[in-house]
Ligand binder design. Structure first.
Ligand SMILES: [Fe+2]
Length: 479
C-alpha cells in the first residue's frame, strides 16, 4: 500500500475500520425535510479500502459499508457499518486483506509455500464465491439484501446493519455471476439476471417468487425463465444491469467481455477479475429483446455503436417500438481502467474530478419492420425522438441503431426513476456526475429534452439520488 497514493485520494476513500458509527447519531439538518418523509434510507457501497498494511487496488473492490439514514418528524439519524461478510471477517481477523475482488487478489498468507503450489491452485477461481456484497441494497418483501455481482446475497438486519443470513442462488441455479440491480415487479416478485461461463447459456433471466413471511429467505422457487447464448465462444459480455418492459426483457451484449480461458486460469495465474476482461474492438453493442412469456429472443438483432453501459435508466414499449434509455460511456475498457485507485490518485484534479464521462443515450428499436424497407431508411416512426434504426442489407434481421442524445446534457450516471414507472413510458430521471467537473445532481426531463442541475457544495460529492414519491402524488415527479 502506498501512503502517498492514498494521500492524494479523497477522505471517503481513506476511511478506517474505526471510522464507522454503528449506533445511530443525530445529524445537523439544513433546510427543511418534508414531514411526510418517515422511514429509513439504506445505502451500500465500497467504503473500506485499507486493512493493516494492505489496500485494495480498484474503486469497486472496497469492503461494503452500509449506511442508514432514518427520517422522523424532520429529524435525521445516521449510522454506518462495515458489512460483516465472510470476506471481511477473515481479513479483519488477520489484520490484512485476504480474498479476491474485482481489481485485486490477496492470497491467504497462512497457506504454506507447498499448499500454494499444490494441485488445488489449478482449480479455477470462483468469482461466484465473492461475498463482499458492496454494490447495492435491495428491499425484497420485508427483507433487505446487500448485493454484488456474484450470486451470493447477504440478508441484512435493518436495525444493526449486520448480516442475518447468507443466501446462495447457486443452490437453485447454475450461475457464475449475477447482478446487483434486479427488478422488483408490482406483484412483489423479483426478476434477477445471471451470467453462466458456458457461452451456449451465457445470459439468464431468473424469476424469484415472493418469499413467505414466516420462513427464512431461501429463494425457493427461483427459476431461469429465459436463456440466450453469447455471440462469442470464448467471451461473454459484462452485464451490470438490464431492462424490463411489460412484455420483454432487454439485455445488452456489450463489447466489454470476460474472456473465459482467462477466467478459468485466474487461480493459477493469480490474476484479478478485471484482468480477465477484454474489449472486442470495433464490435457493436447488441441489444437483445426477449419475450417474457416464451423466453425466446425476438428475431431481430439490434446493433448499436461500440460503447459501454453500467446502468439502464428505463425501458418501455410504445407503438410497436421499444425505447431503451441508458447512461452511455464511449469505451468500456477505459471506464474500468480509470477506476483503479492509482489512476484516480494521479488523475484527480484538486476537486477530485476526472475526465470520465457518461451521457444520456436513447435507443429506439422497432419491433417489426416491412420486408420491403429500404436500406438506410429510418424505421423509427415515433414522433418524439431523433434516434434512428436502419437496415444495411435487405433480407437480414440486423437493425443498426444510432441513439438520441440531449444537447449540452450534463454528465450523468447512477440513474434513478420514480420506480412506479419502471418499464412504462416515463418522463423524468435523476442522476449524478460524482467524479466530473461541477459535481452535480441532475433531473432530466425527457419531454422537454433538458436537464436541471444542482451543484454540490465544495468538497462534497453527490451520491446516487433516490426518488421518493409524496403520498397521494399523481404527478410522476411529485416527490
Ligand atoms: Fe450499479
Amino acid at each position: 500500500m502506498t501512503q502517498e497514493m492514498f494521500a492524494k485520494l479523497p477522505q471517503w476513500l481513506n476511511l478506517e475500520q474505526s471510522d464507522h458509527m454503528e449506533k445511530p447519531i443525530n445529524t445537523i439538518v439544513s433546510g427543511k425535510i418534508p414531514s411526510w418523509i418517515c422511514g429509513s434510507l439504506y445505502r451500500n457501497g465500497s467504503g473500506l479500502y485499507k486493512i493493516g498494511p494492505t489496500a485494495w487496488n480498484h474503486l469497486f473492490d472496497g469492503f461494503a459499508v452500509l449506511q442508514r439514514w432514518t427520517f422522523k418528524d424532520g429529524t435525521v439519524t445516521f449510522q454506518s457499518s462495515v458489512l460483516d461478510s465472510d470476506d471481511y471477517k477473515k481479513s479483519a481477523k488477520r489484520n490484512r486483506i485476504i480474498g479476491d475482488a474485482f481489481g485485486s487478489k490477496f492470497p491467504d498468507p497462512c497457506e504454506t509455500i507447498f499448499s500454494r503450489h499444490s494441485f488445488h491452485k489449478f482449480v479455477p477461481s470462483k468469482p461466484e464465491k465473492i461475498d463482499n456484497t458492496s454494490v447495492n441494497i435491495v428491499e425484497f418483501g420485508d427483507r433487505l439484501f446487500a448485493m454484488t455481482e456474484s450470486p451470493l446475497l447477504n440478508e441484512v438486519t435493518p436495525d444493526s446493519l449486520k448480516v442475518k443470513e447468507k443466501v446462495s442462488l447457486t443452490k437453485h441455479l447454475a450461475l457464475h455471476l449475477g447482478t446487483a440491480h434486479p427488478h422488483i415487479l408490482k406483484d412483489g416478485s423479483m426478476i434477477y439476471y445471471g451470467t453462466h461461463f458456458d457461452y451456449c447459456k451465457a445470459y439468464n433471466f431468473v424469476s424469484i417468487p415472493t418469499q413467505p413471511e414466516s420462513s427464512e429467505a431461501t429463494f425457493e422457487g427461483a427459476k431461469i425463465v429465459a436463456t440466450i447464448p453469447s455471440r462469442w465462444k470464448m467471451n461473454i459480455s459484462y452485464t451490470h444491469s438490464f431492462g424490463i418492459t411489460e412484455n420483454y426483457f432487454i439485455h445488452l451484449e456489450q463489447p466489454l467481455t470476460f474472456n473465459i480461458p482467462r477466467l478459468m486460469m485466474m487461480g493459477l495465474n493469480g490474476t484479478s477479475v478485471a484482468e480477465c476482461m477484454v474489449t472486442q474492438q470495433d464490435e457493436t453493442m447488441d441489444i437483445h429483446v426477449i419475450n417474457r412469456a416464451t423466453g425466446k429472443r425476438t428475431p431481430i438483432t439490434y446493433k448499436a455503436p461500440n460503447g459501454f453501459v453500467f446502468h439502464f435508466i428505463n425501458c418501455y414499449e410504445d407503438l410497436n417500438h421499444i425505447v431503451f434509455d441508458a447512461c452511455f460511456y464511449p469505451s468500456g475498457t477505459d471506464t474500468i481502467k480509470k477506476k483503479y485507485l492509482d489512476y484516480l490518485a494521479h488523475n484527480f484534479t484538486e476537486s477530485y474530478t476526472t475526465d470520465e464521462a457518461a451521457h444520456f443515450a436513447r435507443f429506439v428499436m422497432p419491433l417489426k419492420f416491412d420486408e420491403k424497407a429500404e436500406v438506410d431508411a429510418n424505421l423509427v416512426t415515433l414522433p418524439y425522438t431523433t434516434a434512428t434504426a436502419v437496415i444495411k442489407k435487405k433480407g437480414k434481421n440486423f437493425v443498426y441503431l444510432t441513439p438520441e442524445t440531449i444537447e449540452e446534457s450534463p454528465v450523468v450516471d447512477l440513474p434513478r426513476i420514480n420506480y412506479d414507472y419502471n418499464g412504462m413510458k416515463y418522463r423524468y430521471f435523476f442522476g449524478t456526475s460524482a467524479f466530473t467537473e461541477g459535481k452535480q445532481l441532475s433531473k432530466f426531463d425527457l419531454v422537454e429534452k433538458r436537464a436541471l442541475t444542482y451543484d454540490a457544495e465544495k468538497n462534497l460529492t453527490p451520491g446516487e439520488p433516490v426518488f421518493l414519491a409524496r403520498p397521494g402524488a399523481t404527478k410522476e415527479d411529485d416527490g
